[in-house]
Design a protein around this ligand. Structure first.
Ligand code: MN
Length: 730
C-alpha cells in the first residue's frame, strides 16, 4: 500500500511549528490551551532523558506530531503531549482535569492503565490484556489512537534499547497494535508499524529488502515517473482530472508476498502501487473503465470496495493490469475523502469536529466485542473472538434479495445464517448456493448468492464449532450448547431431588410450600433454586447434604439416624430367625461305646462341639448327656455314671456355640461382625446387643459350627476386625 505519511522522528519540533500544522486543518483550535500543554509537559519532564540521550520531552512532542498528521482533535493532541506525566512525573489525574479538561484527563488515565499491562507470551494472559485494552477503548476510542502514536514513536526509536527488548516490543506491536490499527482502518500507521516490526524482528530480511529496493532506485523512479505521466495523459484524453501517485509497496507487504508465494524478490513483479485520486464516485468508475480498456486487467484481481466497503470503512477500487511498460502494476482508484479515510481510518472521524459528546467516541464493533465478552466463557475464547474480529480479509455474498454481506474468509453457510439471525443459525440445515444445495461445511466464495435452508427440528451441535469461522456464530452456538447442557442437568437434578424427597414422604412442591428452598439456596451459596438443581444434576452438590439441611425434613432425618441402629438390629434378627429354621438334628452326633441308637444330648452348661474332649453321663429318663472334659459340672457329678463317648466322624452336623464380642460402640458394627461370621458359611441363631459404659458395645452371638477348628477360625476372623476388642467363647 502506498503511504502518504511520514512519521519519522523529529528532533527539533517546537510549539509554533506544531501550532502551524494544526492551523492547516483546524484554524479555530484553542491554541492557548495547546501552548499551555506544551509548556506543562516540558516542565514536568525537565531533566529526564530518553535512552537515546535526548531530552524526554521530544517523545511526547513526536507523539503529538503524529496525532496532528492523523488530524486528530485538540483533546487528543494535548493528551499526546501529556501522556507520560502521570506515570513518569507523578502528576495526579485530577490536576490534569483542573488544568485542562476531564476528557484530556480521561485519555491520559486510559493510557497510563494500558502502559501497566504486562504482555506475556502465554495466550491466556495475553487475552486478559487484550480484554483490558478493549475496555479502555470502549470508554474513548481516542485512547487507543494516542496509544498507537505513542507506540509508533517508541518503535521509531527502538534501536536505543537492548536487542532482547527490541524483539519483545516488536512482537507485541505485531500481535496487538498492528491488528488494532488495521481494525481501526489507520493504514498509514499500520504499514509503518509493520515495517518497523520487520526491521527489529527479522533485521537480515529487512535490510536485504531495503538494499534491493534501493538498488534499482533511479531505474524505478523513472519508471514511476513515466507510468504516471502516461496514466495522467490517458485520463486527460477523456477529460478526467486526476491526481496520480506511485510508490513501492511497504517492506512488510513485499516480505509477506515473498513468504506466502515462496518466491525470490526478483520474481515479485507488482511491488509498485499506483493510486489515482479523483473528485467523486462516478469519476472512480469512469477512471476504472479507461484503465481497463487501455491495459489488460489480470483476472480475479479486481475488487470493488466502493460498493462494498471493508468493515473498517475502507473504500477504493483495486485492480491489477499489465501496465504501459508490459509490467504488472497495482492500481487503486478512490476519491479524496476515501483517501483520507484509508490513511487515517477512524481518526478521520474527529476531523474538524471539536467538542463531540463522549458517547459518540465509542465504536460499534468495540461495543459488540464487549457484548460477546459476556457470553464467552474464558480468556482464550475471548482471544479467539477478538482475533477473529480483527481479521478482516473476507468474502462477499449476496442474499436472494440482492443484499450484500461480508463474511470471513473460509466462511460457511452456518456463518452466514448466524449473521442473518441467531435463530436462523440454530435452525440451519444447509443452503442453496446459486440454486444448488450444499452442506453446512461448504466454503462460500465471493459473488455467491446464498439462500439458507432451515428446519424446525434442527438444533446446534458441538460439531458446528469446528465448522464456523466467525466469532459471532461460535459464541452463539456455545451459548446454546451451554444452555441446553444446563437444562439437561437441571432436569436430572430435579429428578434426584424429587426422589430423595419422596423417601421422606415429601416433594419439591411441598418443600417450596414450606419456603425451605430459599434456606438451602443460601446455605449452598447458589444464585437460585434452579442453580442448586443444576449442581445436583452435575454431581457437584451432594443430595444427602441438601436433604439434611431442609428444615421441614431435618427432624425426620435426625429421628431416622437414631433409629438406624435399632432397625439394623431388627433386620438382623430377621436374618437370624430365617437361618435358625435350618436347625440340625443332634441325634447320632456321638457314638456311645460303639452303639449309635441311644438318645444323646449335649450339655447346655458347656455346649461341646466336635473336636472338644468329651465325656458322657447317663441321665435317668433322658438318655446320655455329653459334657466337655473341662466342664465344671462334670466334677460334681458322680463319675461312676460316666460312659465312653466319641464324636461321630461321619456326620456333618452343626453345633451351637455362644460367643461374646466386645467392641467399640460404633454404628454398623453389628452388621459388620455378622457379615464376618456368615461370610465363613456359619449360621447365626441369635444375637443380642448391649451398650457398655466407656463407649463400648457387647454382643452375644449364638452360632452353629461343624467343629472346634471352625469355631477357632470364626473367632479369629472376628478378632481381625478393627473395631473388635475381644472375642470369647461364652
Ligand atoms: Mn510514551
Amino acid at each position: 500500500m502506498v503511504n502518504n505519511f511520514d512519521f519519522s522522528h523529529e528532533r527539533d519540533l517546537d510549539c509554533d511549528t506544531l501550532i502551524s500544522r494544526v492551523t492547516a486543518y483546524y484554524p479555530d483550535a484553542d491554541f492557548v490551551m495547546l501552548r499551555k500543554a506544551f509548556n506543562y509537559a516540558t516542565k514536568a519532564h525537565e531533566g529526564q532523558k530518553r535512552r537515546s540521550g535526548e531530552d524526554y520531552i521530544i517523545h511526547p512532542i513526536n507523539v503529538a506530531a503524529t496525532l496532528v498528521k492523523l488530524r486528530l482533535d485538540l483533546d487528543s493532541i494535548i493528551a499526546g503531549l501529556l501522556h507520560d506525566v502521570v506515570e513518569d512525573c507523578g502528576i495526579e489525574p485530577t490536576e490534569i482535569q483542573d488544568e485542562f479538561n476531564p476528557a484530556v484527563a480521561q485519555i491520559v488515565v486510559g493510557l497510563t492503565k494500558i502502559s501497566k499491562i504486562k504482555f506475556k507470551t502465554k495466550e491466556e494472559s495475553q487475552a486478559e490484556n487484550f480484554r483490558k485494552m478493549v475496555v479502555a477503548m470502549a470508554k474513548d476510542i481516542r485512547v487507543i489512537i494516542v496509544k498507537l502514536a505513542d507506540r509508533m514513536h517508541n518503535m521509531r526509536t527502538l534501536q536505543y534499547v537492548s536487542e532482547e527488548k527490541q524483539k519483545k516490543i516488536a512482537k507485541e506491536t505485531l500481535d496487538i497494535y498492528v491488528p488494532l490499527a488495521t481494525r481501526l482502518g489507520i493504514n498509514s500507521v499500520k504499514s509503518e508499524l509493520e515495517d518497523l516490526c520487520l526491521r527489529f524482528l527479522k533485521p537480515e530480511t529487512y535490510y536485504e529488502l531495503r538494499e534491493k529496493v534501493a538498488m534499482k532506485k533511479s531505474e524505478r523512479e523513472s519508471y514511476i515517473k513515466d507510468t504516471r505521466n502516461i496514466l495522467i495523459e490517458k485520463l486527460n484524453e477523456y477529460s478526467l482530472k486526476a491526481e496520480v501517485k506511485g510508490r513501492p509497496k511497504h517492506f512488510y507487504s513485499i516480505y509477506k508476498k515473498i513468504a506466502n508465494r515462496g518466491v525470490d524478490y526478483d520474481q515479485i513483479q507488482d511491488i509498485l502501487a499506483f493510486r489515482i485520486i479523483v473528485n467523486n464516485i462516478t469519476e472512480c468508475y469512469k477512471c476504472l473503465g479507461i484503465i481497463h480498456s487501455s491495459y489488460t486487467p489480470i483476472p480475479g484481481r479486481f475488487k470493488d470496495y466502493i460498493a462494498i466497503p471493508k468493515v473498517n470503512n475502507y473504500q477504493s477500487l483495486h485492480t491489477t493490469v499489465i501496465g504501459p511498460k508490459a509490467e504488472r502494476i497495482e492500481i487503486q482508484i478512490r476519491t479524496h475523502e476515501m483517501d483520507e479515510v484509508a490513511e487515517t481510518g477512524v481518526a478521520a472521524h474527529w476531523k474538524y469536529k471539536e467538542g463531540i459528546a463522549s458517547g459518540t467516541n465509542k465504536l460499534e464493533w468495540v461495543q459488540e466485542l464487549l457484548d460477546y465478552n459476556q457470553s464467552v466463557e474464558n480468556n482464550s475464547e475471548f482471544m479467539y473472538t477478538v482475533k477473529n474480529d480483527l481479521d478482516i480479509g473476507g468474502v462477499f455474498v449476496f442474499t436472494p434479495q440482492g443484499d450484500v454481506r461480508e463474511l470471513r474468509y473460509g466462511a460457511t453457510p452456518l456463518d452466514f445464517a448466524y449473521a442473518v439471525h441467531t435463530e436462523v443459525g440454530h435452525k440451519c440445515v444447509g443452503a442453496k448456493i446459486n440454486g444448488r444445495i450444499v452442506p453446512l461445511r461448504h466454503h462460500l466464495k465471493s459473488g455467491d448468492t446464498i439462500e439458507i435452508l432451515t428446519s424446525k427440528t434442527q438444533k446446534p451441535s458441538k460439531d458446528w464449532l469446528n465448522i464456523v469461522k466467525s466469532g459471532r456464530a461460535r459464541a452463539k452456538i456455545k451459548q446454546w450448547l451451554q444452555k441446553e447442557d444446563r437444562e439437561k442437568k437441571k432436569e436430572e437434578g430435579t429428578d434426584i431431588f424429587e426422589k430423595a424427597c419422596r423417601v421422606y414422604g415429601s416433594s419439591i412442591k411441598q418443600i417450596k410450600k414450606f419456603g425451605d428452598e430459599k434456606f438451602v439456596v443460601e446455605k449452598f451459596n447458589m444464585a437460585n433454586f434452579g442453580d442448586l438443581l443444576i449442581n445436583i444434576g452435575a454431581g457437584k452438590t451432594d443430595i444427602k447434604a441438601v436433604i439434611q439441611e431442609l428444615p421441614s425434613l431435618k427432624k425426620i432425618v435426625e429421628k431416622e439416624e437414631e433409629e438406624n441402629k435399632l432397625s439394623e438390629i431388627e433386620t438382623f434378627s430377621h436374618k437370624i430367625k430365617k437361618s435358625s429354621r435350618s436347625k440340625s438334628n443332634m441325634d447320632n452326633a456321638v457314638i456311645v461305646d460303639g452303639l449309635d441308637d441311644l438318645m444323646v444330648r449335649m450339655a447346655k452348661c458347656c455346649n461341646p462341639i466336635p473336636g472338644d474332649s468329651i465325656v458322657g453321663y447317663v441321665t435317668r429318663g433322658r438318655g446320655i448327656t455329653v459334657h466337655t472334659k473341662e466342664c465344671k459340672r462334670v466334677n460334681s457329678t458322680e463319675l461312676d455314671r460316666g460312659v465312653n463317648v466319641e464324636w461321630n466322624p461321619n456326620l456333618g452336623i452343626k453345633y451351637p456355640v455362644t460367643i461374646r464380642v466386645i467392641t467399640l460402640d460404633k454404628p454398623g458394627i453389628l452388621s459388620l461382625i455378622s457379615n464376618q461370621i456368615t461370610n465363613q458359611g456359619i449360621n447365626i441363631r441369635s444375637a443380642m446387643a448391649k451398650s457398655l459404659p466407656d463407649r463400648r458395645g457387647s454382643f452375644i452371638f449364638e452360632i452353629e459350627v461343624g467343629d472346634y477348628s471352625e469355631l477357632l477360625k470364626s473367632i479369629h476372623n472376628i478378632e481381625a476386625l478393627e473395631e473388635v476388642i475381644s472375642v470369647q467363647r461364652a
